[in-house]
Design a protein around this ligand. Sequence first.
Ligand SMILES: [Zn+2]
Ligand SMILES: [Zn+2]
Length: 445
Amino acid sequence: MQKTTQTLIKQSQGPFFMPLGGAGEIGANFYLYGSNGYWIAVDCGQGFINNTSGDPLVLIPDIRAAKVNGITIQAILITHGHEDHIGALPYLWKKLRCPVYASPFATELIASRIKDSRLLSQLHTIKALNAYTFGPFNVEWIPVTHSIPEAHGLFIKVAGRTLYHTGDWKLDPEPVLGRTTATKRLKAIGEQGVDVVIGDSTNAPKTGHSKSEGSVQSALLDIIRPLPNRVIVTCFASNLARIYSLGKIAQQTNRHLSLLGPSMQRILGIGRKLNYLKDFPEQVQPQELGYLPRNEQLIICTGSQGEPRAALARLAEGRHQFLELEAGDHIIFSSQTIPGNEVAVARLTEQLAARNIQILTDKDGLTHASGHPAQDEIRQLYEWLRPKHLLAMHGENYHQQAHCSFATSLDINARSARDGELYDLSAAPKLIDAIEIPLIQLENH
Ligand SMILES: [Zn+2]
Ligand SMILES: [Zn+2]
């Protein structure tokens, strides 16, 4: 960054926007907003790439870019508890040493990963729809539906401008757990006027509307009810609504429920603590499964992405400590394969097929719903917010471009942001500088 730019961002109110992760890739979300030299970060996530053996390697944002440009981050505001939004905190928070603000659910997830009590004393729980002040910023967490409880967009007022940072979102009228999107508030915000939306691009290439979590629950019930033998469902551990749905389905189909994998247990513990799971059935311990008839078992496990160390990979290889799959058992993938994991998932399904395990995926029914908005939802949100400008983020170039084309068709002035670009948002978003800032790959984790 040039010296003149450094002086500008220190001395002008802007506001300024600089993504250091998440703009140009899916993962490692880390977005900086600044005004008069005061900076906040929205999210602090990790990304993944797979090495040749399918092991995930962690990528984190490079905060040196902020340091060398004289940017000190005063607070980190978390939109929700997914790894691509909080997963870099264990690596970066000890360097940044600033307060972190998050919803109760995200706070618990962060606290379960960080042991440093001095850092944890800087972890604050926010209340949605309350306004918080950070230097020149006024920020309100707006509840939205997504694939984890307590996801939020951020309504940011700064330097006379109004910004809406969408976070990850969808419009789900039946999210199964947690509140629905705060549509009234979003409409009221739109009436006041929104200058710039900084928006999730993940599913912008898709027409139509994302499927509801409630529809997935009824579809899974229909799929599971007639199945003989053991049923194993693999899903993302963070999707508490899905786990809750499967608990209900276990009750409705007279199956005992068991959860495999420490991350499943961790999420369940947090769900219980925050009162999301009041009528959730008792679990059977994995070591007891061997004493129960196969057709009375419903097992939820991690490993839908082919992760070699997860419960499903161990089951597929016949090396799980407590459970041996048998021919005729069913595995339901209640997930979608994240781009980059295709080889690992293909290897996993081959191993399962070789053991005569029946595999069901989202091609066989509504076993999964995305947590991100397709075009009908994006149109609806932008009708409520009536933004003048869009900066497309949370996506690869292809997703961002699709988001921009769609927003342009709605008469919104749109452009893609890239990691390392610095924007002045005092009028139409204007690119004022850019630096090369690749994510850092961690060797050991
Ligand atoms: Zn998310
Ligand atoms: Zn995300």
